[in-house]
Write a protein that binds this ligand. Structure first.
Ligand code: NAD
Length: 384
């Protein structure tokens, strides 16, 4: 791909980024004419008082609340929440929290919309999907994308699959950095790594383009600068804002360029081995960067420089090795698990995880070709 020829898809989204913005959700959604919203969130948000804030701001327009979303969007929970959504005749869905509640909101919009097209549920929005409103409280980036993962719990082992549909891209995204002030250090660190990984994978994406690449490099710069401060002192609004800006840019790059093997392996580790998404990202990132360095070193150089590493004297692969080492050190400083065994993965499961990884379509979009599952097993073993 050259600079003088490129193609990408972007979504019609309104993004509001402001401390305290959540309290204005009533006036913001007013513009969309929504009257029966459903809120999907997790218990931590109720505890933090955000649910009460939304109840107050929306009043009667809040028709239903599903506040027990578990990580990784479980099929059984989607069925439960869909029943509530149908009963409540909702016309919009809010995902408040990390990637899981936002994924749940997308899953509901998708499911209700499909059903209305079949005529099995009331037609919503003239047959189009109901709008998704996303209010992120972590750095995972799902708020910007038209994708959700759903975990099929009836399979053994459970398997996470992704669904992509342009209509599920959140139409309104409210970034309120105040909501991240109480994000615990471990979640700050792990979801921050998730955001970093989106930027790196966007840079060597098979569908990269000048916009996604410049967004990704700026994302790396902000994240690398803000993340250690947010970990050390989560209460500083300025660094929290910078980190959330970095996460926004990471989410934007994730939304506009296809992800590669790192992303796919983290889905497998989450869906089939129960590793929290951000932890999987933090463990795997240096290993996958090293693997991809021979094929993607040059493409990664702007991000390596954005990390403050001088690349002049080095060849690209050596510079990526420096970056991988620095990322490993950053993860260590933030006390994140460094090996898959420390995240509950059993050595005997590695061959099966490698097989599932190889079946993941992102592997085919990896900049360095992956010939067989043995290659993935080797990477997993190094990370184990
Ligand atoms: P999560 O949504 O699974 O939440 C993890 C935990 O963090 C939960 O217990 C939650 O209650 C808690 N939490 C969230 N915000 C908090 C806050 N401000 N204060 C205190 N606790 C808080 O975590 P995640 O890492 O944000 O999301 C991971 C999921 O999102 C994975 O399933 C991943 O696949 C998916 N994801 C999807 C996309 C996409 O584009 N579709 C992008 C990134 C991640």
């Amino acid at each position: 791909m050259t600079m003088n020829s490129f193609q990408y898809v972007s979504y019609a989204q309104e993004v509001v980024f402001e401390p305290g913005a959540l309290a204005q959700i009533g006036t913001i959604v007013e513009r969309y004419g929504l009257q029966r919203l459903m809120l999907c969130t997790s218990r931590s948000q109720r505890a933090a008082g955000c649910v009460t804030l939304i109840e107050t701001a929306l009043g009667d327009r809040l028709a239903a609340v599903y506040d027990s979303v578990s990580p990784h969007v479980l099929d059984i929970q989607v069925e439960e929440a869909a029943a509530l959504a149908e009963k409540s005749q909702i016309d919009g869905v809010i995902g408040l929290g990390g990637g899981s509640p936002i994924g749940m909101a997308k899953a509901l919009a998708y499911r209700l919309g499909r059903q209305s097209a079949d005529g099995t549920a009331p037609s919503v929005d003239g047959g189009r999907l109901i709008p998704v409103v996303a209010v992120p409280t972590t750095y995972a980036g799902s708020e910007m994308t038209a994708v959700f993962g759903i975990t099929h719990t009836r399979e053994d082992p459970p398997r996470k699959v992704t669904v992509k549909d342009p209509s599920i891209a959140p139409r309104l995204v409210i970034y309120d950095p105040e909501l991240t002030l109480d994000l615990p250090p471990e979640m700050t660190a792990s979801t921050g790594f998730n955001a970093l990984a989106h930027c790196f994978e966007a840079l060597y994406s098979v569908t990269r383009h000048p916009v996604s690449s410049s967004v990704a490099v700026t994302g790396v710069r902000h994240i690398v600068h803000a993340l250690p401060h947010c970990y050390a002192d989560g209460s500083d609004l300025d660094t929290r804002s910078e980190m959330l800006l970095g996460a926004h840019l990471a989410g934007l790059s994730l939304a506009s360029a296809k992800m590669a093997m790192h992303h796919g392996l983290c889905h497998v580790l989450g869906g089939s081995a129960g590793v929290p998404h951000g932890i999987a990202n933090a463990i795997m990132l240096p290993h996958v960067l090293r693997f991809n360095a021979p094929a993607a070193g040059e493409l990664l150089l702007p991000a390596v420089e954005a990390m403050g590493i001088t690349t002049g004297e080095h060849d690209a692969a050596a510079a990526v090795e420096d970056a991988a080492r620095q990322l490993d050190e950053l993860a260590r400083q933030m006390n994140l698990p460094r090996r898959l065994r420390d995240a509950g993965v059993k050595e005997r499961d590695l061959p099966n995880l490698a097989r599932l990884g190889f079946e993941n379509r992102t592997v085919h979009d990896n900049p360095r070709p992956v010939e067989d599952a043995a290659v993935i097993e080797q990477i997993l073993r190094e990370a184990w």
